[in-house]
Each structure stands twice: as C-alpha cells, then as structure tokens.
Design a protein around this ligand. Structure first.
Ligand SMILES: [Zn+2]
Length: 85
C-alpha cells in the first residue's frame, strides 16, 4: 500500500478552534483521523469545535505517524501473503 492509499483511509486534519495563547499548539498538530477519533486516540474535547473541516497536507502527530507505519507494514505483509498463495 502506498502512502497515498493509506492517507485516503484517514483524514489528516487538526483540532479546530482559535489558539488563545501563543503557546497553544493544539491547532498545529495534525492527526490521521478516522471518523471522530484520531488513530493515536486523540479526540476533540467536549467544548471544542472538533476536527477542522480542512485537510492538512502534512501529518505531524508522532503517534499517528507510527500507527500508520504499523498499518503499512501489516498491509505489506498481507499483500505478500496473498501473492504466495
Ligand atoms: Zn495523532
């Protein structure tokens, strides 16, 4: 599975809402979101606006990145398995 195919399964986006302080990094970390919850387990808090409707190009959450690598590795193993059958 290529990067593009993996990214199509998840929306790369960030939590929406204004940054109240210059130290608020919430809006700058992008996650791979499937449904309502990012694959790293991150989900919007009750009062937040939720995930941005805009997709981001770059996935910056380290946990999401490692999850995607795991999924890619599994997918490659599956493909190899199918080929040998
Ligand atoms: Zn994440």
């Amino acid at each position: 599975m290529s990067d593009k195919e993996v990214k199509m399964l998840y929306k790369v986006t960030h939590l929406s809402g204004r940054c109240r302080t210059g130290n608020d990094m919430v809006g700058q970390i992008t996650h791979a979101v499937s449904g309502w919850i990012a694959i790293c387990g991150k989900k919007p808090k009750g009062k937040s606006l939720g995930w941005s409707m805009w997709s981001d190009h770059e996935l910056t959450c380290p946990k999401c990145l490692s999850k995607i690598k795991e999924l890619e590795a599994k997918e490659m193993q599956t493909q190899k398995g199918n080929q040998t059958k």
